[in-house]
Design a protein around this ligand. Structure first.
Ligand code: HEC
Ligand code: HEC
Length: 419
């Protein structure tokens, strides 16, 4: 009985907290475009997409002390002034350091009838498509990139893959709400979204692409990715040991099949099969994320309750707000608040740090800033581990149903006159 009352108290508190928080979201949304911060672009090129030109916020001063380096794919903190070199546009040119035959030989992939050479695989201006049946037909912008970039273009599918499931070092635009998607492009353009780590090259490329896209291309990309069903590619396992790794292009690659290195307070995410992921860029190939023992339970307490506890029948507030209050009980998003369940834990932790440090500072991210303000590096490990593991979400749905059932029973027990 006590535990039932406990569940009810928890449930009701979460609900009330959720209501309070959501009403704040609405308030903030209403004010999302303060007159001072937004300069209307001439002739409204946003075309109703809300792609108004936003005056960039001042550059954030980043405190690298708590940086989840593993989430950015680096081994050490940046030196003052260190920054990324611009990435060269992809091309079909033969590489001098590999035999020509290796690069031109057509390769196969189990489960696909397509044939591609390494030249095809690497040609991000004509994105290859091993599994056309997994997604709608790719519009030009997904396959070839923003037309305006000419010879420097690259297709969205080259980094995010034709199915939008992305990779740990970039992002998974699949199944994002359109409004959220467009907002991100706007924030990349305006300077409101960038990487807290100035060495991360592909975020800069993303920013250049966002600036180059026409409004029509933005709309096409948002439509395309938002219609793809979410089917995560990451398998989360708690483990005291991880394989020894090397970092290639901000992605960890396992150097040995068996884990021998202590995990420490890190998440190490590696391809399940390096040949499929790296050599062939198979969009169906997945990743293993090793997370520290105990991180899933600790993460769950933060994500579902904000770290709130009950001590001697008193509610003790946690250090954050339950993520479920805004991202939904199943963490699959609510309206234009994005889904986060089952996404790459490296990506999630990177966003938490970027938001905390103000490198991701768009108008709609302000409520997230309150949420992450007090999170330490280790909290980010725990939260990212749990969120990445929380898919599919039947458990959240079951818990919600249990709380509702108890609430309904208690309502039914109150005599009619007193309801
Ligand atoms: C060079 C690789 C690359 C290409 C090509 C690329 N992106 Fe990205 N994109 C990124 C990276 C990296 C991020 C995440 C930034 C971060 O974590 O710092 C990102 C993030 C995004 C996001 C935000 C996702 C989220 O969950 O908030 C969207 C939307 C997006 N890209 C759309 C596109 C579109 C549309 C195109 C094609 C015009 C494109 N990208 C092409 C690298 C790329
Ligand atoms: C008060 C509401 C609210 C709460 C609570 C909240 N979020 Fe968010 N979150 C948002 C909004 C709104 C966005 C979208 C921001 C934008 O448009 O750029 C967001 C964005 C994110 C993103 C970026 C997603 C992407 O694709 O890049 C991550 C990751 C995230 N939240 C994780 C969390 C976690 C983890 C928690 C709990 C510790 C949490 N959020 C709690 C409102 C919230």
């Amino acid at each position: 009985m006590r535990s039932r009352v406990g569940i009810l108290v928890f449930g009701m508190t979460c609900f009330i907290l959720g209501m309070v928080v959501m009403s704040n979201v609405d308030r903030l949304r209403g004010r999302r475009r303060p007159a001072a911060a937004v300069a209307q672009a001439p002739a409204a090129p946003g075309g109703g997409l809300g792609l108004d030109v936003v005056v960039p916020p001042p550059p954030a001063v980043v405190d690298f002390a708590g940086q989840p380096l593993w989430a950015y794919g680096f081994e050490r903190r940046p030196e003052p002034g260190e920054k990324a070199q611009p990435q060269g546009a992809p091309s079909r040119k033969l590489r001098p350091n590999e035999p020509e035959e290796e690069q031109t030989r057509k390769r196969t992939l189990a489960g696909s009838t397509a044939l591609y050479s390494l030249m095809d695989v690497r040609d991000g201006q004509h994105v290859i498509d091993w599994h056309p049946e997994d997604h709608p037909p790719m519009p030009d912008v997904i396959r070839h990139g923003p037309a305006r970039l000419g010879e420097k273009t690259r297709g969205c599918g080259s980094c995010h893959l034709p199915n939008g499931m992305g990779r740990p070092e970039n992002a998974a635009p699949a199944a994002l709400p359109k409004e959220y998607f467009v907002r991100q492009i706007r924030d990349f353009r305006s300077g409101a979204r960038r990487s807290a780590d100035p060495r991360k090259p592909n975020t800069n490329t993303m920013i250049d692409l966002a600036k180059a896209m026409s409004d029509e291309e933005v709309a096409q990309a948002a439509d395309y990715f938002s219609t793809i069903r979410w089917s995560p590619r990451v398998r989360v396992i708690e483990s005291p040991l991880v394989p020894k790794t090397k970092i290639a292009g901000n992605l960890f690659l396992a150097l040995e099949p068996t884990p021998t290195e202590p995990i420490g307070s890190r998440i190490i995410e590696v391809p399940e099969n390096e040949e499929r992921t790296e050599t062939l860029r198979d969009p169906r190939a997945g990743f293993v994320a090793y997370v520290p023992p105990g991180s899933l339970a600790r993460g769950k307490a933060l994500v579902t309750l904000g770290g709130m506890t009950i001590v001697k029948d008193q509610i003790v507030q946690g250090k954050t707000t339950a993520c479920t209050a805004c991202h939904g009980l199943d963490l699959m998003g609510v309206a234009d608040v994005p889904p986060i369940a089952g996404r790459s834990p490296s990506y999630i932790a990177r966003q938490l740090f970027d938001i905390q440090q103000g490198a991701r500072n768009g108008p709609s991210v302000q409520l997230m800033r309150l949420v992450v303000a007090k999170l330490t590096h280790d909290d980010m490990v725990d939260v990212a581990a749990y969120v990445a593991s929380a898919y599919p979400p039947p458990k959240a749905a079951a818990e919600k149903a249990a709380v509702e059932k108890v609430a309904v029973e208690r309502m039914a027990a109150i005599p009619p006159g007193r309801k």
